[in-house]
Design a protein around this ligand. Structure first.
Ligand SMILES: Nc1ncnc2c1ncn2[C@@H]1O[C@H](COP(=O)(O)OP(=O)(O)OP(=O)(O)O)[C@@H](O)[C@H]1O
Ligand SMILES: [Zn+2]
Ligand SMILES: [Zn+2]
Length: 826
């Protein structure tokens, strides 16, 4: 038998399967998706089996055997292998990268070299201490350990390896192992308690106590926990084990990140009329098993989560599994609680704040079929379920569903693809759908697979949307108010304090940089390697570049003009917090931003405090805009709505509208009525006026008009290719040639035409031009933007155009980075 293996080397030349012989003893065990160690260029590397055949593509006698099989159960399923192939084609990444994205970090094994004693030889006799150490270590030691212990003998080791006095072996070691826990059991055939007690000396009170306790409990218990609960030390357990009265065994234990929390079970709520209708449509799609995609457009507080929960139940009742994606920052304990509360241990949670061990264990719960529901951020789309029935993407408009490093996949598109493979239904949910999804769902359903729009325009319980007041901050300035709080927001906050209600304050940080500026000459501190301002970190008083990591101390005087009037625009939220304390003495503020939530569970703790009404104000960045549901929040204030409006990003208006709508949706979700105050310098902008009236349709029609005129999605699709090199002239010539190559290939396909041409299939290549960040890590950057419309395989064109530049003689060390459907064009 021959295995085709994708080996873990991320170079384009080796991005294809290699053939290996499957040793006889492995044949029973090896499957599609198995993870193996294979010899490759003198090393042992990790790889994945993507095919098993009888025919080799090269001379069979020259094939090497697979060195080792790494897991008893393959981490990948056959459909995921197909999915990875599709990803590597669509996103122009290597097959290895696509496969690696699908498995937990714990399974990214590394080569480990071991040194053993070989043929004894007088001439190249090894240092005695070294020989002795290896012999005493069972004849085999890790190379790393050897280097650490005897660095002075390295030369001798090299000689010995060459001579054969020492031998070398390699194998793949996982970064993390399964956790085992010493556990106390009552023996299978046990004595009655009184007989057992006879065997314990009367004065050994602790031993007797432990024995009695275990008999009363009957269940096995971790040794450590037994000691905690009974106060009996493990030293007292040992004699009991020696006498055979108790047993001590190592038990595989999953780390449960939610072990410290209790979840109250909830039962399905009777659905409102709007919910019932939508649920019916989802159930229909689940019954059809055709891989349908639907867009659930439900206003904030319309009860989308309850619809998700009941749809999942329906899917589980069909014997299938469900995946729920939520943006990383709204994967709050509150959110998890709603799912664990309904489905208990059937829920596995995957997110980046877990340790990689915890994540590995949650993943194994899925792979071993202990869990039927996976909830997590972007990468949870790769949960290894065998029969997916339903994929839910909550807040589907969130840009965090796009991965910014390779493979630059969009979880939404991967979801649609995976759903097709499984005949699963996809539900995209949002109060503010992305324009792409909205346009796709609004198109007449020509084919049954087309997406459909499921509207939920009303809040649960007939609650009104909160009134929104827009304050023109220019007017405030004219009226002599220099504070960051308008008179309206000030009064509204004062009122909440008096009534004992709570407020949420949002500081729009997108585009609000923390930079350093000289007030005399206007000089700003920039990175010497990248064309970008340095970010000021208030805690450490260090200026840092977010692209290359360059750091320098904050200057006391301007390096340009020597002036001492330097202004530090520190973390915005800190300044707001200070101002609040000044204006409202004694006010209790919880600040939530990257600084206060870096520790594990910090996020959770802060939200709990706020939920317990230990604070009057929850102040934060984007983090406070999503998913929160607190009954005493009656005021939402937005400090500066327009910082994100003027970014060089065609989605700037969309992002601003979404953020304002989401945060406004936090107010008045329960009995108490809510109110929203938005402060802005551009009150007439349509993103703000439509957010004020909660009018998604009006926003969309205005925004679509702009997109259509400017030629942006959803009227076309984009591919961004960024090229980089240290030398500007070389970069400039090569990128010109690359763009010419692109145009030539498109011409050859008969699709090269301006988008304005009105042709149903058209592709145009813009550039090359300097990237908005024109230099990064001392490399200049150029970009080409490809815009296209209609059924064109743009990725294939890009891959073909790239070929001569990334392999073969044309290659000049130019870095190429391809971003298909980019979220930002930087
Ligand atoms: N059928 C129902 N009967 C009673 N209460 C309900 C029902 N459905 C949902 N709710 C309650 O309504 C509130 C809002 O629901 P939910 O949080 O699911 O809204 P949402 O649409 O997800 O909003 P957002 O997009 O703002 O997160 C919650 O407190 C929820 O418990
Ligand atoms: Zn200056
Ligand atoms: Zn830099």
């Amino acid at each position: 038998m021959i295995a085709k293996v994708i080996v873990d080397v991320p170079s384009r030349q080796t991005d294809r399967p290699f053939d290996y012989e499957v040793p006889y003893e492995m044949q029973e065990w090896l499957e599609l998706g198995s993870r193996v160690g294979v010899p490759f260029g003198g090393r042992v590397l990790q790889g994945f089996v993507i095919d098993l055949t009888e025919s080799a593509s090269v001379d069979r006698t020259r094939l090497k055997p697979i060195a080792e099989l790494l897991d008893p159960v393959p981490p990948l399923l056959p459909d995921m292998i197909e999915l990875s192939r599709w990803m590597s084609d669509k996103y122009c990444c290597s097959w290895t990268q696509a496969l690696q994205a699908m498995i937990p970090a714990a399974l990214k094994g590394k080569e480990e070299r071991q040194i053993g004693l070989g043929e004894p030889d007088e001439e190249y006799g090894l240092p005695a201490e070294l020989k002795e150490w290896i012999a005493n270590s069972g004849g085999l030691v890790k190379l790393d350990a050897l280097i650490a212990k005897y660095p002075q003998h390295l030369k001798a080791v090299k000689h010995a390896l060459a001579k054969g006095t020492l031998t070398q072996q390699s194998s793949i070691k996982d970064r993390l192992a399964v956790r085992k826990v010493l556990t106390v059991f009552l023996p299978e055939s046990r004595l009655p308690l009184e007989h057992a007690l006879e065997q314990v000396p009367a004065r050994a009170a602790k031993q007797r106590e432990a024995l009695q306790w275990m008999y009363g409990r009957e269940e096995p218990i971790a040794l450590q926990e037994l000691a905690q609960q009974t106060g009996v030390s493990s030293a007292s357990i040992k004699p009991l084990v020696e006498k055979g009265l108790l047993e001590l065994r190592e038990v595989e234990k999953e780390r449960d990140p939610y072990a410290h929390r209790q979840f109250t079970r909830t039962s399905p709520l009777p659905l409102t009329e709007g919910q019932r209708e939508v649920f019916g449509r989802i159930a229909e799609a689940l019954d059809a098993r055709q891989g349908r995609t639907m867009l659930l457009h439900g206003v904030t507080g319309s009860g989308k989560t309850e619809v998700y929960l009941q749809s999942i139940q329906y899917c589980l009742d069909q014997g299938r599994q469900a995946i729920v994606l939520v943006p990383e920052i709204s994967l709050t304990p509150q959110m998890v609680e709603r799912f664990k509360g309904r489905f208990g241990d059937a829920v596995a949670v995957l997110h980046s704040r877990l340790s990689s061990g915890e994540r590995f264990d949650e993943w194994r719960k899925i792979r071993s079929k202990k869990a039927q529901v996976a909830i997590g951020a972007r990468s949870a789309i790769f949960a290894p379920f065998e029969q997916i029935g339903l994929i839910i993407i909550d807040e589907e408009h969130e840009s965090s569903y796009k991965q910014e490093e390779s493979p630059k996949y969009h979880a939404r598109d991967v979801a649609v693809r995976r759903a097709k493979q499984h005949g699963a239904a996809v539900v995209l949910g949002s109060a503010t759908p992305s324009l792409e999804s909205f346009a796709a769902a609004s198109r007449p359903a020509a084919n049954p697979g087309a997406s459909a729009l499921l509207p939920m325009p009303y809040r649960v319980g007939g609650r009104p949307m909160p009134p929104v007041e827009v304050v023109d901050m220019r007017e405030e300035l004219r009226a002599g108010n220099r504070s960051m709080f308008s008179r309206q927001l000030h009064a509204a906050l004062q009122e909440r304090l008096e009534r004992g209600e709570q407020s949420v304050l949002l500081l729009n940080r997108r585009g609000y940089s923390t930079f350093v500026m000289c007030r005399s000459c206007g000089h700003t501190a920039a990175c010497p390697h990248c064309d970008i301002s340095l970010t000021f970190h208030q805690k450490s008083r260090v200026l840092r570049c977010h692209y290359c990591g360059h750091a320098e101390g904050a200057p006391a005087e301007c390096p340009e003009c020597g002036s001492e009037h330097i202004r530090y625009f520190g973390t915005g939220t800190q300044r707001v917090e200070e101002e609040l304390a000044k204006l409202f003495p004694g006010i209790r503020v919880i600040r939530m931003d990257v600084d206060t939530t870096s520790e594990k569970h910090a996020h959770e703790k802060l939200l709990k405090q706020f939920g317990d009404r230990q604070a009057d104000v929850l102040l934060g960045t984007q983090m406070v805009a999503k998913g929160l549901d607190f009954p005493y929040v009656t005021l939402v204030g937005v400090i500066a709505a327009d910082t994100s409006l003027h970014l060089p990003d065609f989605r700037a208006a969309e992002k601003t509208f979404q953020l304002l709508t989401q945060v406004a949706g936090r107010a008045g979700r329960h009995e108490l009525e809510g109110e929203v105050v938005i402060q802005t310098y551009t009150p007439e902008h349509y993103a703000i006026t439509t957010a004020q009236t909660h009018d998604y349709a009006a926003f969309v029609s205005e925004e679509l008009r702009h997109r259509s005129v400017m030629g942006y999605p959803p009227y076309c699709r984009l591919v961004l290719v960024t090229m980089s090199h240290e030398q500007l002239p070389l970069l400039s010539t090569v990128s010109e040639r690359f763009a010419a190559e692109l145009r030539e290939l498109a011409e050859h396909e008969g699709v090269l035409a301006p988008l304005g041409s009105g042709l149903p299939r058209a592709l145009e290549v813009l550039g090359p031009v300097a990237s908005p960040i024109a230099r990064m890590k001392d490399r200049y950057r150029f970009q080409c933007v490809i815009k296209y419309r209609g059924s064109i395989d743009a990725s294939a064109i890009v891959r073909r155009a790239l070929q001569p530049f990334t392999e073969g003689p044309q290659q000049k060390g130019i870095g190429f980075s391809v971003d298909v459907d980019p979220q930002v064009i930087l």
